[in-house]
Design a protein around this ligand. Structure first.
Ligand code: GLY
Length: 346
């Protein structure tokens, strides 16, 4: 088992990575907790035993369930059960569950402790770590939320064996992001170590900039266009697939802005394609995607902000790029999609 820490002073917390990590739940519950509200989805084949009195609360499957309606339902169910601020929420699932249950925990009784048991690759290397919680609005992804750090995160790599291939690939899109940000040798590491290497990178970034005043924005590499694609596709595309196109687009932006060398830009496309992730998107979509990107939380005063690379492992910022630069970068990812092309993504 690999144990890491997200270093946040007196709110520092452990992240345990390895096969069977979910069985460490009782050990990581906050001291004095008497009851646990376990939040999960019907489709998640993972059971946990918090070792204290508990009840399971099931939220809807899919990204559609990540909304304010679900937050209200959870809070009302917890209130009827009698959950108090001295108890704990245990979120068992992928990013949809940890984001939604984490946000409900942040606002219920003005804040109740939460422990994440991340069951997907994406959840383990990104969503469950770092305290970003939130839900979607029809206007955009993750537009309502809060920073609410968990008391602990358990990344049970045994649960990854049950993931459908498309869900696993989804996580590989985020893992590729870490490779471009400078986490070495990910493709050659055993799975536990690869997950831990990504967690260590994220823990270091979050420890230095918890509330995204600056450095933490690098974790959004590829996400500006990626989120706009997810929204345009009404979340039928998996997050990692949309981010994959977003990463290639961001690499092209970097290349065209004269900041990223050709070889590194080309590597983006090659690595993502080799994983089986998409690297192209609808040629007619730029107008809609531009509208979608306007709602991105990184923007300031109506100016689009992108993370680009100044070389492998050298993330930087590109503010207010000229529309002609955006159009040129987009034309490098714009390809007619085969009619069955999305099948692997759904
Ligand atoms: N997923 C990006 C972040 O946690 O900052």
């Amino acid at each position: 088992m690999i144990e890491l820490e997200v270093p946040l002073g007196d709110r520092s917390y452990p992240v345990v990575v390895g096969a069977g990590a979910r069985h460490r739940l009782l050990e990581v519950l906050p001291v004095g907790v008497r009851r646990a509200a376990v939040v999960t989805q019907a489709s998640i084949p993972v059971e946990v035993d918090p070792g204290v009195e508990h009840q399971v609360f099931t939220m809807p499957d899919g990204e559609e369930g990540k909304d304010l309606g679900t937050v209200e339902d959870l809070c009302r169910d917890w209130a009827q059960w009698g959950l108090t601020r001295g108890d704990v929420v245990v979120a068992v699932g992928g990013g949809v569950v940890t984001d939604t249950a984490g946000f409900a925990a942040a606002v219920y009784h003005r804040g109740v402790a939460v422990v994440h048991v991340a069951t997907t690759l994406l959840g383990q290397i990104d969503a469950a770590i770092g305290g970003k919680t939130g839900v979607n609005l029809p206007e955009g992804k993750n537009l309502v939320g809060s920073f609410w750090q968990p008391a602990a995160v358990l990344c049970d790599t045994e649960t990854l064996g049950t993931l459908p291939p498309r869900e696993y690939r989804n996580g590989l899109g985020e893992m590729a992001k870490y490779a471009f940000l400078g986490v070495d040798d990910l493709a050659d590491l055993p799975l536990d170590e690869a997950v831990a290497a990504c967690v260590a990178c994220k823990a270091d970034v979050v420890g230095s900039d918890e509330r995204e005043a600056g450095r933490r924005a690098i974790l959004n590499y590829g996400h500006t266009l990626g989120h706009a694609i997810e929204r345009r596709e009404r979340y039928r595309w998996r997050h990692g697939a949309a981010v994959s196109v977003g990463l290639v687009f961001a690499a092209e932006l970097g290349r065209l802005a004269g900041r990223l060398d050709d070889a590194t830009a080309d590597r983006h496309r090659a690595i993502l394609a080799s994983i089986g992730l998409p690297t192209t998107y609808d040629p007619d979509a730029l107008g809609q995607l531009m509208e979608g990107m306007q709602t991105d939380k990184k923007n300031r005063h109506g100016m689009l902000r992108f993370v680009v690379l100044d070389g492998l492992a050298k993330p930087g910022r590109l503010e207010g790029p000229d529309p002609s630069l955006l159009a040129a970068a987009y034309s490098a990812v714009a390809r007619e999609q085969p009619s069955s092309g999305n099948a692997i993504l759904l």
